[in-house]
Write a protein that binds this ligand. Sequence first.
Ligand SMILES: [Zn+2]
Length: 133
Amino acid sequence: MSKEPGGDDPFRGPPGGAARENPAGSEAVDEEDGWFVCKACGRKIARLADRMADGDGGKRTCANPHGLVFTILLFRAAPGCMTAGAAQSAFTWFPGHCWRVALCAGCLAHLGWRYEGGSLFFGLIEGALRETG
Ligand SMILES: [Zn+2]
C-alpha cells in the first residue's frame, strides 16, 4: 500500500520542496554590511545600517542609579543579542519604555538593554562593541 499509480508525479515533489524559491531569503547581503561586533567574542551584534539617528546622532550618555555612566548607541535591531529577565520600568532612560538586559548571544557579555514601549529598540554600550566593515 506504500505506492499507488502516479505516486511519483514530478509536479508534486517532496514536502517542503517549494520552499527554496522563497524570495525573502536575503542572507547573502549580510557580507557587505558593516557591523558592530561584540568586543569580547567578535559575534556580529547589530548592523551599522540599523543605527538610529535621533537628535543626538543615535548616541546617549546615561547614568544608572548606582552612578555608573554609560555611553550607549541606539539601534532599531540587534540580531546578535539575546535578552534576559523580565521587562523593568524602574529607572528607565526612555520615558514610556521598559527595558530588559541585552546580552551577547555568543558569550553572554552584557552589551546593553532592549527598550520596549511605543517602539522597540536597543541601547548598546559603546565600549562593549567594536565596529567592523
Ligand atoms: Zn560576545
